[in-house]
Design a binder for this molecule. Structure first.
Ligand SMILES: C[S@@+](CC[C@H](N)C(=O)[O-])C[C@H]1O[C@@H](n2cnc3c(N)ncnc32)[C@H](O)[C@@H]1O
Length: 317
């Protein structure tokens, strides 16, 4: 517990999730990045995907468009597609169009608005596809619907969402996903690759301030859902390239000395002190294959875009 946090002398009316409390009371304050995605956070993420600086979405979408037929050749008849962190399920359509043998789609996301909206859109567009959305934290054990568990299963995690995990966390996620998807499954993973800081930094600190609004929205969420009193004007968005860890870090920097209350806790901030809100690891293809192997997956095919560097890895269990 940090010296910069203490219990306020008042009734605790809100139940703060353990991971939020642990993060905000550590010496380097942090908030898990999964809390970005309430309805407004998901809307802001979609706006980020449209930004000229954010090369990730258009690069992965173009690459997936080129290789979807190849990936489709790995998809068995009557397969179930399980997507982790499905959001708007926009890229999914490229796989569904290339692989009409997919009979069932299970999007998993912890943002109810995003997953339900996407499920409705896909049901209208693909009337023969059974869509079974799960509002769920994909770092926790999950059981697939019975019909899905009886069919061949293909996993999908685009958006470089895998980059939000540290290497050890990524291995744990891949290992758990292997257990969820089952023996003989395939798993298509989109991973952003290391590239010059001049390209990376603007992608996470755009001129229009959309990424800044996305970052600060997590404080709005903590204010609304957990009765915190963060003053948004007193924090500013920061993105830094950590070349040693090969990751972009997003932080919220305190502009002044201040105190913030959340669920009966008082957090003390020094000027310049940060809340670390996200990591986005940028992989190297060989190192990514090692991570996959540690989780007992084998890279059956890899599709690499040279510039901006991006990889889609097809894993086999
Ligand atoms: C970077 S966005 C990617 C969205 C979409 N797949 C794409 O490629 O554009 C990450 C998505 O994962 C979801 N997400 C993040 N952490 C999650 C968690 N622990 N459990 C479930 N969903 C999570 C978010 O709600 C968001 O929709």
């Amino acid at each position: 517990m940090s010296m910069h946090a203490s219990v306020a002398d008042r009734h605790v009316a809100y139940s703060i999730p353990e991971d939020v409390l642990a993060g905000l009371t550590a010496s380097q304050k942090s908030i898990p990045s999964k809390y970005f995605y309430d309805a407004e956070g998901s809307r802001l993420f979609e706006a980020i995907c449209e930004l000229p600086e954010y090369y990730v979405t258009r690069t992965e979408t173009a690459l997936l468009g080129q290789v979807a037929e190849d990936i489709a050749a790995f998809v068995p008849q009557d397969a179930t597609l399980v997507e982790f962190g499905s959001g708007s399920s926009t890229k999914t359509r490229l796989l569904l169009d290339a692989a009409p043998q997919i009979r069932r789609y299970v999007p998993i996301d912890n943002c109810r608005d995003a997953v339900e909206h996407a499920a409705q859109m896909l049901r209208e567009r693909y009337p023969r596809l059974a869509v079974s959305p799960l509002v769920h934290d994909f770092t926790q054990p999950v059981r697939l619907p019975a019909a899905a568990a009886r069919s061949p299963v293909v996993g999908f995690i685009p958006g470089s969402t895998i980059g939000n995990f540290s290497p050890d966390e990524a291995v744990e996620f891949l290992r758990n996903a292997r257990a969820v998807l089952g023996p003989g499954s395939k798993f298509a993973v989109g991973a952003d690759l290391a590239k010059p800081a001049e390209v990376l930094i603007p992608a996470y600190a755009d001129d229009q301030g959309v990424t800044a609004a996305f970052n600060k929205n997590v404080l709005t969420r903590l204010n609304r859902e957990f009765g915190a009193d963060f003053d948004l004007e007193s924090f500013e968005h920061l993105s830094v390239w950590n070349s040693v860890a090969s990751r972009i870090e997003m932080h919220l920097v305190s502009r002044r000395q201040q105190r913030v209350e959340i669920g009966g806790w008082v957090l003390e901030f020094e000027p310049g002190e940060t809340i670390h809100t996200e990591n986005s690891y940028k992989h190297d293809p060989a190192a990514f294959a090692d991570l996959a192997e540690r989780a007992r997956w084998r890279v059956a095919a890899s599709y690499l875009n040279p510039s901006p560097a991006f990889g889609i890895f097809l894993l086999a269990s």
